[in-house]
Design a protein around this ligand. Structure first.
Ligand code: FES
Length: 142
């Protein structure tokens, strides 16, 4: 059996939503200290809806596929829904990732959460710190 699903290969070869949003109002950057990969998510939020999202990922194929899929999953969605996106849901939408590559999908979940947190902080919108607890926790295994 192939190590990577067709969906992973598709999103790796043809990643959706790559780039920068110049007038983004929420930006989140996370990295994994162990592998050195970095992911940056840009959000354009209007009335609580993610009207546009782009990403830049300097990392492995699974991280690129995860960013691509995750951005597709939150585009056009309300913030409340984007905050509920888990790395597991991203991996499932990609028809699975090898166990040793699951941490790559964690970057996507965290980068999105961090970008939403950035938006709340820029706009002075009160937020529930509980929802962002994982954001400051490093998931690298080192
Ligand atoms: Fe670093 Fe995939 S190996 S994010």
């Amino acid at each position: 059996m192939a190590l990577y699903s067709d969906k992973v290969m598709d999103h790796f070869r043809n990643p959706r939503n790559v780039g920068v949003i110049e007038d983004a109002n929420g930006v989140g950057e996370v990295g994994n200290a162990k592998c050195g990969d970095i992911m940056k998510i840009y959000l354009k939020i209007v009335d609580g809806i993610i009207v546009d999202v782009k990403f830049e990922t300097f990392g492995c194929g699974s991280a690129i596929a995860s960013s691509s899929m995750a951005t597709e999953m939150i585009k056009g969605k309300p913030l409340s829904q984007a905050l509920e996106l888990t790395n597991k849901a991203v991996a499932e939408a990609l028809d699975g990732l090898p166990a040793h590559k699951m941490h790559c999908s964690v970057l996507a979940e965290e980068a999105i959460k961090r970008a939403i947190l950035d938006y709340y902080q820029r706009e002075g919108i009160p937020y529930d710190e509980e929802q962002f607890r994982s954001v400051d926790c490093c998931h690298c295994e080192g």
